[in-house]
Design a protein around this ligand. Structure first.
Ligand code: G3P
Ligand code: CA
Length: 247
């Protein structure tokens, strides 16, 4: 059965990459959550999508120029006035701690956001933290920076890695195998049915992003891909449930 990963939690209905967004995705029945990680000025892995905090918080500046203490003072739910309690940018530790304490054994797809900024030491810090929480079997590390993925695989081959890409990569499953990655995460337009089938048949999992409309969800459920990554995990969950054959 195709799994459902909540993109930045449940970004279609909740403030992206916040604790309430992750909690909502799990409540809604997601099998996993996707989240983005950058490094603060003082070297703390934090969960936010952009290099700058301006779009998603009431603060301004680059994550790399702000300490964790400074970052925590901003509200990452500024566009959700109905959420009266401010949502701080979570640290990766906070999210891993939530996952480790949860009865739901959901998957964490941690995207290393080091395709624009370098963030020296990011891989080491993230992998060390995953190991501390003993979450190696529940984590998939993905990145658009494939050099970083290679580094992760060398550091800890136990942790699954996924090749993120946006273009019509030729035989992406062969490329993933060459790197030693176990999966590919294509943008949905690059996830053609034959690519999905050849990839899954050859043991490389496919998880397209960001699959938000119902028709596309149904097509991907039928394609047999390992998972979809969606901003609307509840919608996907209900659709998948309806689709299941009656027994
Ligand atoms: O991991 C899939 C997807 O999140 C990659 O793109 O820009 O939403 O981080 P982006
Ligand atoms: Ca992402």
């Amino acid at each position: 059965m195709t799994k459902i990963f909540g993109h930045r939690g449940a970004a279609g209905t909740h403030p992206e990459n916040t604790m309430i967004s992750f909690e909502e995705a799990i409540r809604a029945g997601a099998d996993g959550i996707e989240l983005d990680v950058h490094l603060t000025k003082d070297g703390i892995p934090v969960v936010i999508h952009d290099e700058q905090i301006d779009r998603t918080t009431d603060g301004t500046g680059y994550v790399r120029d702000l300490t964790y203490e400074e970052l925590k003072t901003y509200n990452a739910a500024k566009d959700f006035p109905e959420i009266t309690e401010g949502q701080a940018i979570p640290s990766l530790e906070e999210v891993l701690s939530f996952a480790a304490a949860s009865k739901m054994l959901f998957i964490l797809n941690i995207e290393l956001k080091n395709d624009i900024e370098d963030y020296p030491g990011l891989e080491e810090k993230v992998i060390e933290m995953i190991t501390q929480f003993q979450l190696e079997q529940r984590v998939i590390l993905s990145s658009f920076n494939h050099y970083s993925l290679m580094k992760c695989m060398k550091m800890n081959p136990q942790i699954e890695t996924a090749v993120l890409y946006m273009e019509g990569l030729y035989q992406p499953y062969e490329y993933a195998k060459k790197l030693g990655a176990r999966s590919i995460h294509p943008v949905l337009h690059a996830a053609k049915i034959d690519i999905i089938q050849l990839s899954e048949q050859s043991g490389i999992s496919v998880r397209p992003f960001t699959v938000n409309d119902e028709e596309a969800m149904l097509q991907f459920f039928e394609s047999g891909c390992s998972a979809i990554i969606t901003d609307f995990p509840e919608k996907a969950f209900l659709l998948r449930k309806k689709q299941k054959p009656a027994r």
